[in-house]
Ligand binder design. Structure first.
Ligand SMILES: Cc1cc2nc3c(=O)[nH]c(=O)nc-3n(C[C@H](O)[C@H](O)[C@H](O)COP(=O)(O)OP(=O)(O)OC[C@H]3O[C@@H](n4cnc5c(N)ncnc54)[C@H](O)[C@@H]3O)c2cc1C
Length: 407
């Protein structure tokens, strides 16, 4: 199953194959043991410095290389690609356990398992994999996803960045914004159009030193991470850097559903991190001569957040428990992401409230968890866009979002 992992991956699957009636809501014994071993590793290596790490805007390559050494990058990727041959559920377990100890370190698990790297592994050629994967899976380098543009956010298919064939390569022209890890990435998975219409959207790989690629001044998300605007001006890339040609959009979005589940898992785990900080605080902080947890007004906050966290967890595990080789469905992913984003945010928000002034202070991770969970309600398919998707499923029809053309 696995090649060089130090931590043993489980081989079991949480969801039975088609045709089986059994329904099991618990992790298997192997999955539980894997979770425990990742938690132990995180507590030993990542607990110290978690607050400082949270306030560092740059990608934590030191943590990423550590993750690579432990086999916690490429968990669900094939062994022949340098991955660990595990399941999507294994990657979810890993990101949850890391985030439980150090929320910022979970970004490296996202980058090495769920982000653009997942789409890359799904569709890259052998030569592209050999060129890029060893450094990415070792945590020495990071890849960034460039979809959003100043005029193409939720309406991503309106993207304007073009790729035009030019001899033995392509010339890229356009601009991209908001790309996570863009200041630190060495390669960019860039959505481009080869002609008009959604059917002509595909993607290319642009290396950081490509001629004609330049960067704007760093800007900061509310969560603390930096991003830079990318400008492509007759940026030349070789033909070997084509990932998906015209017609690739649907495939890109299928790969992106994995990224959405990573985002969901992090939102849930980061919210749970804040929830546990608040629980410990409420159990020990004395006001009016009694522990905060003795006030019913606060007990109910904890009960409600716990209900949301546990419910979202089930949605997440359902979306991630897949037969081998399958990508998560759009509807299961939308349900999971909506539930996890809301539960994580609500838990972090209430945690700050319950912790009072100390929850609102940067020495404490609760405020960081609140800022991060807020961002994932916008990133990777905003809550509104995912609700649109669910409404289409409910009514089994498409609802056009675009304004009707004049005339
Ligand atoms: C933390 C973070 C990380 C990100 N990382 C990346 C990345 O790595 N790569 C990348 O390419 N992009 C990234 N993004 C950008 C992200 O994908 C976009 O912000 C998102 O798609 C929304 O686009 P927009 O910001 O242009 O908002 P707009 O599209 O202008 O939308 C504004 C608001 O209107 C709502 N809205 C829009 N259309 C509809 C509709 N039809 N129905 C109902 N409501 C609607 C939206 O949900 C949103 O609330 C990131 C964003 C954040 C916050």
């Amino acid at each position: 199953m696995r090649c060089n992992a130090t931590l043993a991956l489980p081989s079991g699957r949480a969801r039975p194959d088609d045709g089986e009636q059994e329904m099991d809501f618990a992790l298997s014994e192997e999955q539980r043991m894997f979770a425990q071993s990742v938690r132990r590793f995180a507590e030993q290596n990542l607990a110290e410095g978690r607050v400082e790490r949270a306030h560092n805007p740059t990608f934590p390559f030191d943590v990423a290389t550590l993750m690579g050494e432990q086999g916690l990058l490429g968990i669900s990727m094939p062994v022949e690609d340098g991955g660990q041959g595990g399941t999507l559920m294994d990657s979810i377990i890993a990101i949850e356990q890391v985030a439980a100890v150090c929320p910022r370190s979970a970004d490296t698990v996202q980058a090495g398992n769920f982000g653009p790297i997942r789409t890359f592994v799904e569709y890259a050629t052998r030569e592209q994999k050999e060129r890029f994967l060893p450094d990415l899976l070792a945590g020495r380098k990071v890849i960034s996803l460039c979809m959003s543009e100043p005029e193409a956010g939720s309406a991503v298919t309106e993207l304007k960045t073009t790729a035009v064939e030019d001899g033995d390569g392509y010339l890229i022209n356009g601009t991209k914004i908001f790309s996570t890890h863009s200041p630190d990435a060495s390669v960019y998975l860039v959505y481009v159009r080869f002609g008009p219409g959604t059917g002509n959207i595909g993607s290319v790989l642009v290396e950081r030193d490509a001629p004609g690629l330049s960067f704007g001044k760093p800007s900061k998300f509310m969560g603390g991470e930096e991003w830079v605007q990318l400008y492509f001006e007759n940026c030349r890339i070789p033909k070997a850097n084509l990932l998906l040609g015209p017609g690739g959009f649907k495939k890109q979005i299928s790969g992106f559903n994995v990224e959405r589940l990573g985002n969901s898992a992090r939102a849930l785990a980061v919210g749970r991190h804040a929830f546990e900080l608040a629980r410990d605080h409420a159990a020990t902080r004395i006001q009016f001569g009694r522990a905060l947890c003795e006030f019913q007004g606060l007990q109910w906050k904890f009960a409600e957040c716990y209900l949301k966290l546990e419910s979202a967890q089930l949605m997440l595990y359902r979306a991630a428990s897949l037969p081998e080789g399958q990508l998560p469905s759009a509807v299961d992913t939308a349900l999971a992401k909506l539930a996890c984003n809301q539960a994580g945010f609500d838990a972090a928000n209430e945690a700050v409230q319950v912790m009072g002034g100390s929850g609102y202070s940067s020495e404490n991770l609760a405020e960081y968890c609140l800022r991060r969970t807020r961002g994932w309600m916008i990133a990777g398919g905003s809550t509104e866009i995912l609700k649109n998707r669910l409404a289409e499923h409910v009514f089994d029809r498409r609802f056009e979002q675009r304004a009707p053309k004049a005339g």
